[in-house]
Design a protein around this ligand. Structure first.
Ligand code: PAF
Length: 282
């Protein structure tokens, strides 16, 4: 595996791969790799010929300096995992390469970027959108892989690809969970063993909602019941819990409309912010 942190070397490798007619697959990450990332890489290996993984902790998508400082990172361990997984190239740029100067352009990605995650993490999606566009421009992948745990992010990136006419196919890969159901996330490493047990209740609530949502008419009633369950879990603090139309990501009032429905949750455990979601009706 090549470990590249300079643009010239990246460009050289990319032109070699494209001369050979190889299909380039990109897995953008912020490192602290877990089995969820490894699943993205597995899919990338299956659906492309040359797999690039980027590791860049993007300062622009953190709305709190403390969150950015505490974000887990372990480049040596990550690099070993990528080598063993058969990745062709690790792109590990520093902040100066991605942002030679403080970006003077701010792109507003529209309504979707201001709700849910965007509402509670101001500027988050402007940062995600910008770095993903930069990675797309630098790497020009044929296909890019994202985890569906960050569902709103995936929907937003789909929107960016369409609006900015990127010739890139996007693949959304289902969330990988631990045995207790907790969605794998780099942030889980910040939790204590008892924090992990508490965090696993997030998915327990989502499963309950999936099994019971059809007995409710209004999504408000479902949310009340779900919040009641979450409130009984000591150490779990829910930030939001929203029922949405899966296609438009607009809040859905009725659960009986026959539309595709998604339930998204954000919560804090031991000061660590976690998100998860489930498709209620697929
Ligand atoms: O999902 C992530 O890890 C990040 O938001 C991404 C897509 C790599 C952009 O920094």
């Amino acid at each position: 595996m090549l470990n590249v942190n300079k643009l010239t070397s990246l460009e050289e490798e990319l032109s070699k791969a494209s001369e050979k007619g190889m299909k380039i697959g990109l897995v953008p990450t912020m490192g602290a790799l877990h089995n969820g990332h490894m699943e993205l890489i597995k899919q990338a290996r299956m659906h492309s010929d040359y797999v690039i993984v980027s590791i860049f902790i993007n300062p622009l998508q953190f709305n709190q300096a403390e969150d950015f400082m505490n974000y887990p990172s372990n480049l040596l361990k990550d690099s070993d995992k990528l080598k063993n997984a058969g990745v062709n190239l690790l792109f590990n740029p520093d902040a100066k390469l991605i942002y030679p100067k403080k970006p003077s352009v701010k792109i507003d990605f529209g309504g979707l970027s201001h709700k849910l995650e965007g509402r509670f993490r101001l500027g988050h999606f402007e940062g995600v959108g910008l770095v993903v566009m930069k990675l797309f421009n630098l790497i020009k992948p044929n296909v890019a892989f994202f985890g569906l745990k960050d569902l709103q992010q995936f929907v937003l990136i789909k929107h960016i690809v369409k609006e900015f006419s990127y010739p890139i196919k996007l693949e959304g890969i289902p969330t990988v969970r631990g045995e207790n159901g907790l969605a794998l996330s780099s942030r889980n490493t910040l939790l204590s063993p008892s924090g992990i047990k508490i965090a696993a209740q997030i998915y327990k609530g989502l499963i309950w909602a999936k099994n019971n949502f059809e007995t409710f008419h209004a999504s408000e009633a479902l949310k009340i019941q779900l919040n009641n369950f979450y409130q009984t879990q000591e150490g779990l603090s829910i930030e939001y819990c929203e029922v949405l139309n899966s296609n438009t990501f607009k809040p859905l009032k009725s659960l009986q409309s026959g539309k595709k429905i998604t339930l998204c949750v954000a919560a804090y455990v031991e000061g660590v912010r976690l998100i998860d979601n489930i498709f209620l009706r697929e």
